[in-house]
Design a protein around this ligand. Structure first.
Ligand code: IPT
Length: 983
């Protein structure tokens, strides 16, 4: 073996010996799967490879076995990896930028297996060897003969195996290199993983078969007719029995059809048959156009409620089962998501079949990203270098050719974060020529010279608003300005970075998408946290992120920024998104006794929804029923009068004696089972308070505070000599004190685009280490007043905090605390929180509250919080962000009871409400933890009772907290009550 045997590794060439790309078709031609165990050996580099790997006689019996499909770095997890380890970088190349060269340390997987096609394998025709995905570069031999080599990790590659196949046993050998010239084109923000990680097979190609076809299935919304024309070099007929279509390949038929949309994914089974092969297709009729400056499907503007989806599984990496793919789509559809950008590569082909079937709009993105060049000022970026042109075109061809028959795909995307250049323009030109039926997307072309939509990522609300008004800054190329401003729509191909707690500000984006026709929605970054399941020394499972495998260069937990956790549990961010993008808006008017229902779907009416109402009194349901709503057409609004039973239940006479707050809720739920959810699944909801005062208003008594030795008592409360509450009844408490700190969220920590981390995050102002200096303790016949100054070492900034304690005239066992806050000095930064912190016995782990819920909510992530009565254990109230951070605050809580197993405990009362957090560990523990398993329960519970919290924003990648959701220091006061049963 000589060095030149490996020239392909560092060549810009996309491959040799390969067949032309073609559609992934379901055919009755024979297929032989090569999935399963292969012999495997990992070489450390090219000089460590096996001589004669391709030789059928090579003795590989001592080699390990490795499953195809899989990535070798994932083998052995969650324990110890067996072959190398996953490594994570966002944009930086984990090797010197020296294209097309890659390091000598180039882990190389050597794969071998034998197979026997069997006596039934057709004797005529040809047999192709097909790889659905090999990362990153590989060469293939069959029975000792080299078939060729390939690159393009997330693209299919085929070789003609026919001349070298034998009857009986055949030997196939594949050498896969972790690094290659192609690695420069595959710098997506994800784990670096290698191997034959998608399926491999041998596919028979009958003589006079149908190797490829392009089904064009347009829909004319004016006539209601679809036109089908199948383009192919083959001879044969196209039949769609349901539509009575029976035409020759190349002919077209126009008939009345039900169109395909993401809302109504109507598919027609079709067969394309030559004399020797039958291909089954699922045809969806739809027409995509840019018209009047809008992206239209079937003549209508659509609104993209999207997510960016990487392929991820915490145990198998980018190798996904079809069940996992379906699960992704089911979870998306259940959360009102209607669009997927396949960031940043074409997905497993089976995912697209499921998109057609379940209904989502897809932007299919080419496998291309050269982001690492940004760090050298884009010098030598392949997008502008002629020697890479063929590789770029090859990638685009393979994307379009494989996936062209999917109705779900409404746009082709050239790739991601590859700056600009002629090679990108060439990809666009080629794709437009090959498929005039789909617009071209690419975010990097801000001037929009070679794209059909103006696409941006992380533009803030203000800029999105200007774009909506068409008053945005001009293009750099003045000639293109009118085109971009007036002729093409705008989308945010990435926004609302879902890293950790957040994303904040979703509602405000959605209002802009609804307000401006030009703003056609966006794709939240991103669908799933790419955490890797691992075990620590004591066997506790956790999700690993960058650096956890000892990578010298990595981007830490920037890889865990999804709407679902690595195990696909929906995060609070997904629940928020579901509410914000709900396709039906419900407004309940108590004064008019009407419900106004606006259908925000683009195509369907509301006939698939049932509307229900309920009345709750203090969180207890008192009545419920159905609301009769006529089918509301897409884009239309209906006014519905409250039915008599609702009027009656909502009338003052019907009021119970509960807390006094009465709420009417209306829900829209599925009438019948859908492939992605069961009948009764809630799509949209709304709530309105109809009656009743807020929580109990404090009525303060004049009980005297009594000093006895080093203790002070007031009603049921006991304080120490410094006026700090130590017990309420027989519950030991580390009394409430002013608290201004939270464990920084990812969004707090990572300042982006000029959002520098605030002074509290950098800890320079010491909110994390406050000292409480008691200046005065005054007992009087009106109660107890404790005057303090709260400040931190090294600074003279302080908060005056005065605590006024009193008992309640009406309820023995109840105390009221009013805290007066006066900032001293220049508080020129936001506060993460303003409230009280106390510690309670651990036994009080059962929580019931009336207020926002059931999940966490912050000032700018509160759309999904519904007022109601909820119960949860303290453990259930923690949100397990992969990187621990502030979480779990419930908003607008009127009262919360913390009880032991027998129901005894302490109730906290709002006046009128507070934000409520309870944890089995401290804020300091949370801030220090790097992984979930670092959080160890203490023997106390720690509660925060906040007047307010700073919003969350998305500054980990995007705009920070909007001004209206920021918390600034100001003189203020707030009141809470505490109640224990009196004996
Ligand atoms: C943007 C990338 O396109 C995406 O892959 C991901 O890395 C995301 O950021 C952050 O998680 S690029 C960035 C420069 C806005």
């Amino acid at each position: 073996m000589t060095r030149t045997d490996f020239d392909y590794v560092e060549s810009e060439s996309p491959g040799t010996g390969r067949l032309d790309p073609r559609a992934a078709l379901t055919s009755d031609a024979a297929v032989f799967s090569l999935d399963g165990d292969w012999r495997f050996r990992l070489a450390s580099g090219l000089t460590d490879t096996t001589e004669g790997l391709e030789n059928p006689d090579l003795d590989d019996s001592a080699w390990d076995t490795l499953a195809v499909p899989s990535s070798w770095q994932m083998t052995g997890l969650p324990g110890e990896t067996r072959y190398g380890a996953p490594a994570y970088t966002n944009t930086v190349y984990p090797f010197p930028v020296d294209p097309p060269r890659v390091p000598d340390a180039n882990p190389t997987g050597e794969y071998r297996r034998t197979f026997d096609l069997g006596a039934d394998w057709p004797a005529t025709g040809r047999t192709f060897l097909r790889f659905e995905g090999v990362d990153s570069c590989f060469a293939v031999w069959l029975n000792g003969i080299r078939l060729g080599d390939g690159k393009g990790s997330r693209l299919a590659t085929e070789f003609d195996a026919t001349p070298h196949l034998k009857a009986g046993e055949n030997t196939i050998a594949v050498r896969v290199h972790q690094w290659s010239a192609a690695s420069y084109l595959e710098d997506q923000d994800m784990w670096w993983l290698s191997g034959i990680y998608r399926s491999a097979s041998l596919v028979h190609r009958p003589d006079a078969g149908i190797p490829d076809l392009f089904a064009h299935a347009d829909f004319d919304h004016r006539t209601g007719e679809g036109t089908l024309r199948v383009e192919s070099d083959a001879d044969g007929r196209v039949t769609v029995p349901e539509l009575g279509i029976d035409i020759a390949i190349g002919e077209s038929a126009t008939v009345a059809v039900e169109p395909w949309t993401a809302e109504t994914p109507r598919l027609y089974d079709a067969v394309v048959a030559s004399g020797t092969e039958r291909v089954s297709l699922r045809i969806g009729f739809r027409t995509v156009k840019i018209e009047d400056g809008l992206l239209k499907v079937n003549g209508k503007r659509i609104l993209l409620r999207g997510v960016n989806r990487h392929e991820w599984d915490p145990d198998t990496g980018r190798t996904l089962s079809v069940e996992t793919m379906r699960r992704d789509l089911e979870i998306m559809k259940r959360h009102n998501i209607n669009a997927v950008r396949t960031s940043h590569y074409p997905p497993d082909k089976r995912f697209l079949d499921l998109c057609d079937e379940l209904g989502v709009w897809v932007i299919d993105e080419c496998d291309l990203e050269t982001h690492g060049f940004v760090h050298i000022g884009w010098k030598g970026n392949p997008s502008g270098e002629p020697q890479w042109r063929e590789a770029y075109l090859d990638r685009m061809r393979r994307t379009v050719e494989r996936d062209k028959n999917h109705p779900a795909i409404i746009m082709w995307s050239l790739g991601n974060e590859s700056h600009t250049g002629d090679n990108l323009a060439a990809m666009s030109e080629w794709a437009k020529g090959r498929d005039p039926g789909r617009p071209i997307h690419y975010e990097g072309d801000w001037d929009s010279g070679y794209v059909d939509v103006y696409s941006r990522m992380y533009a803030d609300h203000a800029e999105t608003d200007r774009i909506g008004q068409k008053t945005e800054a001009a293009t750099t190329d003045p000639a293109l300005d009118a085109h971009r401003r007036d002729e093409i729509p705008f989308i945010l191909c990435e926004y609302a970075h879902a890293m950790g707690n957040g994303p904040g500000g979703l509602s405000e984006y959605q209002r802009l998408f609804e307000q401006y026709p030009r703003c056609q929605g966006g794709f939240v970054w991103e669908w799933i946290d790419h955490g890797i399941r691992r075990r620590n020394e004591d066997g506790t499972e956790f999700f690993a992120y960058g650096g956890d495998f000892g990578e010298p260069l990595h981007d830490a937990n920037f890889i865990t920024d999804g709407l679902v956790f690595p195990d696909r549990t929906p995060s609070p961010g997904l629940l928020e998104y579901k509410k914000v993008i709900e396709p039906v808006q419900i407004a309940i008017s108590p004064s008019g006794q009407t419900v106004v229902i606006t259908n925000g779907y683009d195509f369907t009416d509301t006939a698939h929804l049932r509307f229900t109402w309920s009345v709750e009194d203090g969180g207890e349901g008192t009545a419920s029923g159905e609301l009769t709503v006529p089918a509301v057409a897409a884009g239309q609004t209906a006014f519905v009068e409250w039915p008599e039973p609702l009027r009656a239940a909502a009338s003052p006479e019907a009021a119970g004696d509960a807390s006094g707050e009465r709420w009417v809720s209306v829900s829209a739920v599925l009438v019948k089972d859908e492939p992605w959810a069961e009948a009764g699944h809630e799509i949209a909801w709304s709530q309105t308070q109809i009656d009743g005062a807020a929580a109990a208003a404090p009525t303060r008594s004049t009980t005297e505070a009594v000093v006895a030795g080093r203790e002070i008592s007031l009603g049921a409360a006991t304080f120490d000599a410094l006026g700090r509450l130590t017990a309420l009844g027989d519950i030991a408490i580390d009394g409430p004190r002013l608290d201004l700190w939270r464990a920084p969220t990812d969004n707090d920590l990572l300042g982006w685009g000029g959002n520098v981390s605030d002074k509290w995050v950098t800890r320079e102002v010491g909110l994390d280490r406050l000292e409480h200096k008691v200046l005065d303790v005054e007992t009087a016949d009106s109660g107890l007043t404790v005057t303090t100054r709260v400040g931190a070492a090294s600074t003279d900034l302080a908060m005056g905090a005065v605590y006024h304690w009193s008992t309640d005239t009406e309820t023995p066992g109840r105390l009221w605390l009013t805290v007066e806050i006066t900032p001293e000095g220049d508080w020129d930064f936001v506060l993460p929180r303003l409230g009280l912190r106390a510690a309670l016995p651990k036994t009080l782990g059962n929580v019931t509250w009336f207020g926002g819920g059931p999940g966490e909510a912050y000032a700018d992530t509160r759309a999904a919080a519904r007022v109601g009565r909820y119960s949860a254990t303290v453990a259930e109230m923690q949100t397990p962000y992969v990187f621990p951070q502030e979480n779990g605050s419930r908003i607008d809580v009127r009262w919360a009871k913390l009880a032991d197993e027998s129901g005894n405990g302490l109730t906290v009362l709002g006046a009128p409400d507070f934000a409520f957090t309870v944890r089995p560990w401290t804020t300091e523990d949370l801030a220090a933890a790097k992984h979930t398993h670092d959080l160890v329960e203490r023997d106390r519970l720690y509660v925060n009772l906040d007047q307010a919290l700073q919003g969350v924003g998305t500054a980990s990648c995007g705009p920070g907290v909007l001004p209206q959701h920021r918390l600034h220091a100001a003189a203020t006061s707030f009141t809470v009550g505490f109640e224990v049963p009196v004996r």
